[in-house]
Design a protein around this ligand. Structure first.
Ligand code: PA5
Length: 447
């Protein structure tokens, strides 16, 4: 059984029933292509059946490793970029206490991130902290050659070895990478690190349900079996339901493509809880990298309301009309904070006393949604009863499946990312990397 519901009532006036019926036929072909592996990029479809095929021995091994890591580390550094860290971060930040870094009674290591940027200050400040705490690390890279994580790993490996000695440092490193290729695989084999393999047919941004996401999530103390269970439930639904009405991922793909065809080029993923910020970041990578190619694709943006209603709200209500929204709406909160009655009522807020922040937040959501509809910003609403491992597992798979279908509907290959190479070539040329002499000569003329 799945919990996720997709509500499209605030978008229905944007297209006709016959448009919907037409796209339903198109999407049924995409559905078949995805399941029968006959579409573009079909050598990268390992994620489609991943939830139902996850080996229980791997889950048990990840949980056992997580326990060992928790015994010796107060901090767990996850080194990776893009799909090699965003999935783990999205789930951990959705589930963990929002002030986890300040809590003295933490039962599990605090997960922090490195190799997702090249800020010298960031790494220097991380090293300062790591001088003070026991730590372990995961180095995650499918290709095993990405510059940002590789550089961070070089620095952190040295730090770890100096802090604990080479032997002990070895036991504090886990490598998650390709089974055969890449510098990281070679290094991990030579150094004898515990290694997990990312399946060949699972690309970075679809890898959250492999050890890439599951190990850090388990180290942070969350139940990876429940996460996988949620994804399995959504997989089952997505496989068997071919109608838009019965399959929320198909409906999501249908609506966003209809809106795109009608000139709505930007999708804003809206959350009303700051814990979902990194779900948005993960989603931005998933959709941006999968669909933004061949001069096509919806631009994925994100906002956190009501915070951003006081910054981006003006534009969304009143700026260029190329936007639509997808709202992630969570029914229940985990905790409660009573709003007291005040006998003087100088702030005039007694009308809110004894109501919950969650109720007020929901009213903000409903009010905003209607205001945006009046301003010609239609919205879909993804409703979940609460945030937990199982509902998040559903959400992840819902977005992945919707992305594959939507990419096929757009007639792009949703599983490659050729555009990512352009900056790397220029950066290597500017850094005079051996082998880039010709590009260096050319680029120097342009700057
Ligand atoms: O989706 C993808 O494949 C990419 O965005 C990768 O996740 C990202 O570039 C990191 O690559 P790697 O894991 O090879 O270091």
């Amino acid at each position: 059984m799945t919990h996720l519901k997709l509500d499209i009532k605030n978008v229905e006036q944007s297209f006709s029933q016959s448009d919907l019926a037409k796209i339903e036929t198109e999407l049924q072909t995409c559905h078949e292509q995805l399941l029968k592996k006959t579409g573009k990029g079909n050598d990268f479809l390992g994620w489609v059946e991943l939830p139902s095929q996850i080996d229980s021995n791997i889950l048990a091994s990840l949980e056992a490793d997580a326990k060992e890591i928790a015994k010796k580390a107060q901090i767990y550094v996850v080194i990776g970029i893009g799909g090699s860290y965003l999935g783990a971060r999205a789930i951990i930040e959705a589930l963990q206490n929002q002030f986890a870094s300040l809590k003295n009674d933490r039962k599990y290591p605090l997960v922090v991130y490195a190799g997702q940027n090249m800020s010298e200050d960031y790494l220097a400040e991380l090293l300062e902290i790591l001088n003070q705490y026991d730590y372990a690390l995961a180095v995650i890279s499918k290709s095993g050659t990405t510059t940002e994580p590789a550089l961070a790993f070089r620095v952190l490996k040295k730090h770890l070895e100096e802090k604990y000695g080479k032997e002990e440092a070895r036991t504090r490193i886990t490598a998650i990478t390709d089974g055969q290729r890449g510098v990281l695989k070679q290094l991990a084999t030579e150094e004898g690190y515990k290694t997990y393999t990312i399946p060949d047919d699972v690309g970075g941004r679809y890898s959250v349900l492999t050890p890439v996401g599951l190990l850090p999530i388990a180290v942070a103390g969350f139940d990876i079996k429940k996460l996988v269970k949620g994804a399995q439930n959504m997989q089952e639904l997505c496989f068997k339901e071919k109608s838009l009405k019965g399959n929320p991922a198909l409906m999501y793909a249908a609506v966003r493509n209809l809106l795109y065809r009608s000139g709505k080029k930007i999708e804003i993923l809206v959350n009303y809880l700051p814990t979902l910020f990194y779900i948005t970041e993960w989603w931005k990578q998933l959709y941006g990298e999968s669909e933004g190619k061949d001069k096509k694709g919806i631009f994925p943006a994100g906002v956190s309301f009501s915070t951003d209603l006081h910054s981006m709200g003006q534009y969304i209500q009143d700026g260029e009309r190329s936007l639509f929204e997808t709202i992630i709406s969570i029914e229940k909160s985990k905790k409660s904070v009573p709003i007291p009655m005040d006998k003087d009522n100088k702030d005039g807020l007694n009308f809110l006393a004894h109501r919950s922040f969650t109720e007020i937040n929901h009213k903000a959501e409903q009010g905003t949604c209607l205001a945006h509809l009046d301003g010609n910003v239609p919205s879909m609403r993804i409703a979940l009863p609460e945030i937990n491992e199982e509902t998040l597992g559903e959400l992840l798979y819902f977005f992945e499946f919707g992305c594959g279908i939507s990419g096929y509907c757009l007639d792009v290959n949703p599983f490659d990312q050729p555009g990512v190479e352009a900056y790397k070539v220029n950066m290597f040329a500017l850094l005079e990397k051996p082998g880039y002499e010709k590009q260096t000569e050319e680029i120097l003329k342009r700057i």
